[in-house]
Design a protein around this ligand. Structure first.
Ligand SMILES: Nc1ncnc2c1ncn2[C@@H]1O[C@H](COP(=O)(O)OP(=O)(O)OP(=O)(O)O)[C@@H](O)[C@H]1O
Ligand SMILES: [Mg+2]
Length: 215
């Protein structure tokens, strides 16, 4: 028996509990407190063509970039920050390579809602604005390379300590020349700008919601 190959995590028979534009999110089959994120079938099949065309490209590259950012946070001892989703490593699954992360929950123990979902459902209030500004300040102070800042990449999690915003996706430098990773000043400038842009998008979503309710 070959002990060097760890067993595959079997996910194929399960239904994802959430989905993004390029990843499906599964409950970890062996631990209630964890999730496994794998590429969607569409993203996996696209990968084949891209992989041949340009080996450093494709959706798996995005996963590796994210993993690299988690490793870098660990090296800087910043991986315990309460506003960053905890990362437990890569996993080989029957649906391809995946990453294992902590499952963030709402008050009732269900999956934590994203900021975008909250604004769509309940609107944007001053408390949520304050929490988003606090998150922005935390990201900038700690020089986190959070490049894909948007409401669907931030969740409102609840635990026995109360509610907090957590970044669940979008870490790592997307640029061919990783200037955000190379320069703290550049990253901090860009994080400010991108937070402003994300806040403006949420304010617009909020306005659309109010005006469609008035129709
Ligand atoms: N750690 C987590 N805890 C709770 N819910 C999560 C967690 N990670 C992801 N989710 C849920 O799954 C959805 C998709 O996850 P994620 O953003 O990682 O996928 P993606 O495909 O990379 O997204 P994008 O569309 O931004 O590319 C999130 O919007 C959120 O609703
Ligand atoms: Mg996302």
């Amino acid at each position: 028996m070959n002990h060097s190959t760890p067993p595959l995590l079997e996910l194929g028979h399960l239904r994802p509990i959430a989905a993004g534009s390029y990843r499906d999110i599964y409950q970890h089959p062996h631990d209630e407190n964890l999730l496994v994120k794998v590429l969607t079938e569409k993203a996996r099949s696209r990968r084949e063509a891209w992989y041949k065309a340009w080996r450093s490209s494709g959706p798996y590259k995005t996963l590796s970039r994210e993993v690299a950012e988690y490793k870098s946070l660990r090296r800087k001892n910043l991986h315990e920050l309460s506003f960053i989703q905890k990362f437990y490593g890569k996993a080989e699954t029957d649906l391809g390579m995946g990453i294992v992360v902590e499952k963030l929950c709402d008050r009732a123990g269900g999956l934590a809602p994203t900021v975008k979902q909250i604004v769509q459902k309940n609107g944007l209030n001053d408390e949520l604005r304050r929490m988003l500004h606090e998150l922005r300040d935390g990201v900038i102070e700690n020089n986190i390379v959070f490049t894909d800042i948007k409401g669907s990449n931030i969740v409102l999690a609840h635990d026995r300590h109360g509610g907090r915003l957590v970044v669940i996706d979008g870490l790592g430098d997307r640029l061919w020349l990783p200037v955000n990773t190379m320069s703290a000043k550049v990253n901090q400038f860009n994080r400010w700008r991108h937070f402003e842009r994300a806040m403006a998008a949420l304010e617009e979503l909020n306005r659309d919601r109010v005006s469609s309710a008035a129709d």
